[in-house]
Design a protein around this ligand. Structure first.
Ligand code: BT5
Length: 304
């Protein structure tokens, strides 16, 4: 949403405000104010006008402008009813030079997990990708994945859902997977060019694979609009503060102290997960001493 339209929306939300007063305040013509009001109406905002002026009476339930309205984070939100994959769309936007854009879809028809696995994304879920250009070396980018996992877990907890994080990027409730994160990036040796952090959160628990759960299995009602707003605000807060992200990750970690089996590119590591170090490395205490794992699939094992 451009700045003038945002200003018009903020003003009518505090309304009533007359067209001429608004035009004078924003330094635009009355016709321009009218065009912005019409465009906002088309996006689903119910704006009444009477003798006192324009007044916002209803906000759309979901979508780009609905999420941008009142969002305390510097993201533009691009919404689609259906997309193959929000990560794929965000990568296209990266190639066009965009940044700080969130791609959001109601449904994905080709959602992807890590290692090209399929990610089931029925209508009504929360499927989004955040495109940003952090000032980080590529080796530090995993901290953004941790920040995203924290943002999901904390927002779920705020909604009364007892979520925790399994290393590195799964958000679980009662041992079942509520959300997954797929981070993709491009960069030079010393600096990230762009990062796309893809976040998938199940809402309706029906129609998901075994071992998956949705927010609605654990709480009465979810307002996806405020959920996404809080998620983006928390992510924005953590993305520039790796120490804070890591500390918050540890606070919500389900993996630390557990016996784990981690499948890595270089083999299987079994032992007790004893720490997570910057930028997201898992330290596993094995019979042969500590092993540091940078990436892999982690399974929680029963204690022996
Ligand atoms: C992940 O992969 O957990 C990352 C998922 C990221 C999805 C988001 S949605 C928005 C953005 N756009 C995309 O195209 N992707 C991102 P991984 O750890 O590899 O887990 C994948 C495995 O989880 C699959 O092999 C299934 O076993 C399981 N799975 C598939 N769909 C699921 C779902 N909706 N909920 C829980 N588990 C699921």
């Amino acid at each position: 949403m451009d700045d003038t339209r945002r200003a018009v929306l903020d003003a009518v939300a505090d309304g009533p405000v007359s067209g001429p007063a608004l035009a004078a305040r924003l330094g635009v013509s009355r016709a321009a104010v009218w065009k912005h009001v019409e465009a906002l109406r088309e996006s689903g905002f119910a704006i009444e006008s009477d003798g006192d002026g324009y007044r916002l009476v209803e906000t759309p339930d979901y979508g780009g402008p609905a999420i941008e309205f009142g969002l305390d984070a510097p993201f533009d939100v691009e919404y689609h009813d259906s997309l193959p994959s929000t990560n794929a769309r965000a990568r296209d936007l990266a190639a066009e030079g965009e940044t700080d854009v969130v791609v959001l879809a109601d449904e994905q028809t080709g959602g992807r997990g890590r290692l090209d696995r399929t990610w089931r994304s029925p209508p009504g879920g929360i499927w989004l990708s955040i495109l940003c250009r952090p000032d980080l070396p590529p080796a530090h980018a995993p901290v953004l994945t941790l920040a995203a996992a924290v943002a999901v877990a904390e927002t779920a907890r705020e909604h009364g859902v007892d979520a925790g994080i399994k290393w590195p990027n799964d958000v679980l409730v009662g041992g079942e997977k509520l959300a997954g994160i797929l981070t993709e990036m491009e960069g030079e040796a010393d600096r990230v060019a762009w990062v796309v952090v893809g976040i998938g959160i199940n809402v309706d628990p029906k129609g998901l694979p075994d071992g998956a759960t949705g927010l609605c299995a654990h709480t009465e009602e979810i307002d996806r609009r405020t959920f996404v707003q809080h998620l983006l605000e928390r992510f924005d807060d953590l993305r520039t503060d790796p120490e804070k992200a890591l500390a918050a990750w540890r606070e919500h970690a389900l993996t630390l102290g557990r016996r784990v089996r981690v499948e890595t590119g270089g083999g299987t590591v079994v032992g007790t997960a004893c720490a997570v170090e910057f930028p997201g490395t898992l330290v596993v205490e094995t019979g042969d001493g500590p092993v540091r794992v940078h990436a892999g699939d982690c399974e929680h094992l029963r204690p022996v």
